[in-house]
Design a protein around this ligand. Structure first.
Ligand SMILES: *Cc1c(COP(=O)(O)O)cnc(C)c1O
Length: 336
């Protein structure tokens, strides 16, 4: 028996995964698979030259027991942008849709019950698999979709955290791959993440890699700030555009707020009333302190115990749509 209320955000084995092979210039049929491992050639291009991209999305069980998948079409669009950037073949909609819907249906009993705060996290993965020694794209690829029931990122719900401005490393180069979801952006940030977590911070806030004047994003989540009924989020060529962030912008407008997606100067941190990180895993994680080690300034927003009113309202509205508690007026959910 699974203790749904105590689920961590971690991998948990389910019944099946789905896979699709790209070979001879075409996508073959979607396969249902019970094996958790992948048999891979040691010269596969994903291992040596980083031909790898991934996605993350969630399915939710509503009060009506129905399963809703949130905005998967956006994840597919983004995965295809990532694939293209790494010279990998794009995934046709019918292939992705079949792999996703089949996956969720085959693992229905792992979609957590309504009211537990948990959900089913889906991880699509695309890798170059053919043997490649010269620096060329692979000619064979594997798409794998697996899932894992996960608990809320923070057990206590929305709990404010501290972040630190990272100046010693960049998560992406100015015209690099920061705007696509590729593993290559993550391994180089692991040491930084470890370092700052040892100092008691939940994540690093990166600055634009070119001028170090503007805000970029937090490791695996986008950043936004609230000021005078306005939702402000950075625009930058090295940010991965978060689907959660896109959704929150639409919700903010619906709630009568203004939205600004633009370059945000570091100094503006002093003016925000609330700040937060957002992403599929963490939904909204409010930030109560941002520390800049260079200037020794601590920007603070409320305290560690209480989430700001605007963040709370955005959070509640988004989650209610995802669980089907309110009408899906944006048309974001796919009911399985
Ligand atoms: C996945 C990811 C996010 C969050 O995007 P969502 O679509 O909201 O899950 C933010 N930043 C980075 C670098 C990411 O990889």
């Amino acid at each position: 028996m699974i203790d749904w209320a105590q689920l961590p955000f971690a991998y948990k084995q389910t019944n099946k995964n789905t896979r699709c092979v790209f070979r001879n210039n075409e996508w073959e049929d979607v396969q249902i698979c019970t094996d958790e491992t992948i048999n891979l050639h040691m010269a596969a291009s994903c291992l040596h030259y980083g031909q790898e991209c991934f996605e993350g999305l969630k399915a939710f069980r509503g009060k009506d027991s129905k399963i809703r998948i949130f905005r998967w079409q956006e994840n597919l669009k983004r995965m295809n942008r990532s694939a293209k950037r790494l010279s990998m073949p794009e995934i046709p909609t019918h292939v992705f849709e079949k792999a996703l819907i089949t996956l969720v249906k085959e693992n229905q009993e792992f979609v957590p019950p309504y009211g537990t705060g948990a959900s089913l996290y889906v991880r699509p993965l695309l890798i170059g698999t053919s043997a490649q020694l010269g620096l060329n794209p692979a000619d064979e690829y594997l798409l794998v979709l697996f899932c894992s029931p996960v608990g809320p990122y923070f057990k206590t719900g929305v709990k404010p955290v501290k972040v630190i401005i990272e100046r010693d490393t960049d998560r992406a180069a100015p015209l690099g791959t920061g705007n696509v979801k590729v593993g290559g952006n993550y391994a180089p940030a692991l040491a930084t993440t470890q370092k700052i977590q040892e100092l008691g911070y939940s994540s690093a806030l990166y600055l634009d890699p070119k001028e170090k004047k503007y805000l970029d994003e937090c490791g695996p989540a986008n950043f936004f700030g609230i000021i005078q009924n306005t939702y402000v989020t950075p625009e930058s060529a090295s940010i991965l555009n978060s689907i959660t962030n896109m959704s929150l912008q639409d919700i903010a407008i619906q709630l009568g707020m203004k939205v600004e997606k633009r370059k945000v100067l570091l100094e503006e941190l002093a003016h925000f009333e609330e700040t937060a990180q957002c992403g599929t895993a963490a939904v909204i994680t409010p930030i109560y302190e941002i520390y800049d080690p260079l200037t020794n300034i601590r920007y603070t927003y409320g305290n560690s115990e209480k989430t700001g009113d605007v963040c709370m309202k955005l959070y509640t509205t988004l989650v209610r749509i995802q669980y089907g508690d309110v009408p899906d007026t944006f048309g974001w959910n796919t009911i399985v």
